[in-house]
Design a protein around this ligand. Structure first.
Ligand code: COA
Length: 373
């Protein structure tokens, strides 16, 4: 007889990882031993992705080589190219990404290998392709030409260029790059767990990432950032406090608050709040930032909950000119680095992930023929 399950696997240690670690009581996050506060604003997304996928912060030579690999990988194969227009017409952004990454597997030269060398190459290609997929999808659905990625620019700069159609100023690029660093990995979050379960069957990296994208899409996980913006847009700026109290009194969840692991402020939210304020002030209209601060105060007073990574990410992306329904895809652009690193780690020391379940159905049923039921 199996033990009673912990609902939602809360506090269950499901895997060993050397990638990231959270201290939920102290509100601290580490990537491979580096405090997120030391990385954010000082380490680029490319360095962070390389750190996660290869194990060490790259020196200049290693970073140049990784950058060149990303530039080479930043192309889309024929199957993806051929299908983008129809997918853009019929699928919402996260559905489209799920489909496009699946199609990208067919175009990948390493699709049949799970070797560590092939996995590293696929990890770099997937990391390079994800922002391009988002931009090309957006271009196709809006009927706009997407500028080619500039090999001299970072992933962050290219993404803003491709989404908005014009080069972003250097401070916007720095801030967006920091967003990508902050979202890169986060221990056994739901999408990473999904990726690891898939990889542990010795399925391939693209399949694992497709499982992860489908999991990130939900509003209790990555989909929350889009819902935060929709909530802000739906509220009257002069009635924020009462509206939030009413929602809480009605038992509604306020998206962007609460966390399974953090019992205090999510350290990523600390950076994102500051970034949101800076961008709001620079934009000349800080309404959404002020509304966010008010929401934060009311949710804390009423429920004792802190904002999570998705709360201030919403207004940061908004002020950067990113369309609201691309907020969760942006999360996937960053988290691709973590997912792929976890697949590499899972394949390197694998055992099938197959937990037990508690049976709560009826027993000793008597079979009847179809005419007797
Ligand atoms: N708004 C209002 N109440 C919330 C809440 C929120 N955002 N998050 C949690 N709560 C409340 C629950 O209603 C529950 O209250 P109860 O005990 O009175 O029923 C309690 O806090 C525990 O919540 P629960 O959903 O069981 O916690 P969890 O650990 O399973 O879930 C989240 C964690 C993140 C899924 C949850 O906080 C949530 O749904 N947040 C909103 C979605 C979100 O922002 N997701 C992004 C996460 S990074």
């Amino acid at each position: 007889m199996a033990d009673k399950p912990t609902k939602g696997l809360a506090d269950v240690v499901a895997a060993s990882t050397a990638l990231s670690d959270i201290d939920g009581q102290a509100g601290r996050l580490f990537y491979r031993g580096y405090d997120i506060h030391d990385l954010a604003g000082r380490t680029t997304f490319e360095e962070t992705a390389r750190l996660l996928q290869c194990g060490k912060l790259p020196n200049r030579e290693q970073l140049t080589a990784y950058g060149a690999e990303l530039v080479r990988g930043r192309t889309l194969g024929p199957l993806v190219e051929a299908n983008i227009p129809e997918i853009a017409e019929k699928q919402a952004p996260m559905e489209a990404l799920r489909t496009l990454v699946s199609l990208a597997a067919a175009d990948d030269p390493d699709k049949d290998s799970n070797s560590s060398e092939a996995n590293l190459r696929k990890a770099a290609r997937l990391t390079a392709q994800q922002p391009l997929l988002v931009a090309r999808y957006h271009g196709a659905r809006t009927g706009t030409a997407v500028p080619d990625p500039d090999p001299e620019l970072s992933i962050a700069a290219n993404f803003l260029l491709q989404i908005t159609g014009r080069p972003a100023d250097s401070r916007a690029v720095e801030l967006f790059d920091t967003c990508l660093v902050l979202h890169a990995d986060h221990t056994m979050n739901a999408s990473t767990f999904a990726a690891r379960v898939c990889a542990a069957t010795l399925s391939d990296m693209h399949s694992a990432v497709v499982a992860a994208i489908g999991t990130l899409k939900g509003p209790l996980h990555g989909g929350a950032n889009e819902q935060v913006m929709r909530t802000l847009e739906s509220l009257d700026p002069s009635g924020v406090a009462q509206a939030v109290r009413d929602k809480l009194a009605a038992g509604e969840k306020i998206m962007g608050f609460g966390h399974r692991v953090y019992k205090t402020e999510d350290p990523r939210a600390t950076h994102l709040r500051r970034m949101s304020q800076e961008l709001a002030e620079a934009s000349g209209d800080d309404t959404y930032y002020r509304m966010s601060k008010e929401m934060e105060e009311v949710v804390f007073e009423t429920k004792g909950l802190y904002p999570n990574v998705d709360f201030y990410a919403a207004t940061v992306y908004h002020y950067l000119g990113i369309p609201t329904d691309l907020f969760t895809p942006v999360f996937s652009v960053s988290r691709m680095s973590g997912w792929t690193a976890h697949v590499i780690e899972q394949h390197a020391d694998n055992r099938l992930i197959r937990p037990d379940s508690e049976y709560i159905g009826e027993r000793d049923q008597k079979w009847k023929s179809i005419d007797e039921r």
